[in-house]
Design a protein around this ligand. Structure first.
Ligand code: HEM
Length: 443
């Protein structure tokens, strides 16, 4: 078989290989339709959409991190035992007895932390580019993708939180204690929510098995479904919002959607694929074939994500403290780092005036984050700027919205940094160079 026949796609035949350098537009198109892995891609993509300076590939990096988490998580499931008696021992075995166990565990943990960061940054970039707004194409529904994204952010946090308990060490036990105590402050349903989450009034075997099933089955499945919907919406909305911006700059008229092709699924279902908006921009100037334009970049992003996660796994590793002991409370007891802004808010909103006490757990732990989430949900309705502000960084028309959003983000980051690095025993404030008391005692 010649090299040519191996790498060149033939129409009508499903292939796993593709050519990096299609000789013609036809060959580039064939590479998309005849390769299983690229089926979801459009034939051509907008140059500005695949520029790093537009998306910084943050959504894509989140996707690859989820892939790393799934792959390493499946292997970890062969080695981890979700029982109070054996969980800590099985994690210790991973650290000290299993070949590459330490690397595997650290890769999983680092990828989880990185994913929380990249999903948050992806949301920040979507907001600052006004990419939750519809642009010039017909029948777009970008606000829906913003809401799907918010659901994914919550599921990502829950995935990370449920995984936190599994090592069953002191760090895990007390971080989850603090985290679930915040849930307790929700009026009316709080106690019931905590009871259902823990499987009782305290963290024990019931909690471990609940967190394990949520972490390994329910939440990953939910996130996979949401991701598929999210990416399908990106495609339905005519690609990234940068494309709309280019089209608007060209002042081209919206083109009608095209029924792209018919399909048959396993000989059972037949129909037409979703309407895909046709391009309304000068194809020659602004579009490039997805193979190799997009695919090559995706490979580079995937390789860099894998390399960075592996390097950090070797360099930083994953902590493992003493086995969980409900009788010994660490001082300070901290929630996982991505919930420390909440723990800080609880502290700063707990105020005593004379005989009156403002319940910080309710105000800082429930009302403020609840309002923030509500605000994030109604953002697409609050934003009155026109389509010209869609898909452009820091557009003039969204100056005030961007300023408020950035201020909230900076506040969250500052609270997280204070909670992580500057809180010591009894949640007192300490500068990094200040020594903590030698025997802080217990809570
Ligand atoms: C697990 C989490 C997530 C994953 C894996 C993910 C993945 C992606 C990917 C791959 C894209 C294509 C462009 C890019 O790389 O930036 C994208 C676009 C988009 N995402 Fe996400 N995303 C996630 C969370 C979110 C969140 C939290 C939001 C907002 C609340 C959001 C809103 C959007 C929107 C509106 C677009 C279209 C952007 C545009 O047109 O420029 N996503 N997402």
């Amino acid at each position: 078989m010649t090299e040519d026949s191996l790498t060149r796609a033939r129409p009508g035949k499903r292939r796993w290989t593709w050519t990096w350098n299609p000789a013609s537009e036809r060959e580039a198109g064939d590479a998309i339709v005849s390769n299983f892995a690229f089926h979801g891609f459009p034939n051509k993509v907008c140059k500005r959409s695949i520029a790093t300076s537009y998306s910084f590939w943050l959504g894509t990096i989140s996707l690859f991190l989820f892939l790393i988490l799934t792959l390493s998580g499946v292997v970890l499931m062969f080695l981890y035992v979700p029982s109070v008696e054996r969980a800590y021992g099985s994690v210790k075995d991973l650290e000290y007895a299993v070949s590459f166990g330490r690397f595997l565990r650290a890769s999983h943990r680092i990828a989880a932390h990185l994913m929380v960061i990249t999903v948050f940054l992806h949301m920040v970039r979507v907001f600052l580019t006004g990419a939750y707004k519809n642009g010039v194409h017909a029948r777009q529904n970008r606000p829906l993708n913003w809401w799907i994204g918010l659901a994914m952010l919550l599921v990502t946090l829950l995935l990370s939180f449920t995984g936190y308990l599994l090592p069953w060490d002191q760090l895990a036990f007390w971080a989850v204690t603090v985290g679930t105590n915040i849930a307790n402050a929700v009026p009316v349903v709080g106690e019931a929510v905590r009871f259902v989450l823990l499987g009782g009034h305290e963290i024990n075997q019931n909690t471990l098995i609940r967190f394990y099933v949520l972490h390994c089955v329910f939440l990953p499945m939910a996130l996979t479904g949401l991701m598929a919907w999210h990416l399908w919406r990106v495609r339905k909305d005519g690609g990234l919002a940068a494309h709309d911006q280019v089209a608007r700059e060209e002042r081209a008229a919206p083109a009608p959607p095209v029924k792209s092709k018919t399909y048959v699924l396993l000989g059972i279902a037949a129909g037409r694929t979703a309407d895909v908006e046709t391009s309304v921009v000068d194809t020659e100037r602004h579009l490039v074939p997805a193979v190799p334009g997009l695919v090559r970049r995706l490979f580079v992003v995937a390789l860099l994500t894998f390399a960075a996660t592996s390097a950090l796994a070797v360099w930083v590793g994953a902590p493992l403290e003493a086995a969980a002991n409900p009788q010994v409370t660490p001082n300070p007891a901290k929630a996982p780092w991505y919930f420390l802004w909440l723990q800080e808010l609880v502290t700063v909103t707990t105020v005593r005036i004379g005989g009156w006490t403002i319940n910080g757990a309710l105000v800082g732990g429930v009302i403020v984050p609840g309002l923030l989430l509500l605000l994030a949900c109604v953002v697409p309705w609050l934003d009155r700027s026109g389509a010209e502000a869609t898909g452009a960084w820091f557009h003039r028309a969204r100056r005030r919205a961007n300023a408020v959003f950035l201020l909230v983000c900076i506040a969250l980051v500052v609270l997280t940094v204070v909670g992580t690095f500057l809180r010591g025993p009894y949640w007192n404030f300490y500068w990094p160079w200040e020594e903590w008391p030698a025997h802080p005692g217990r809570y």
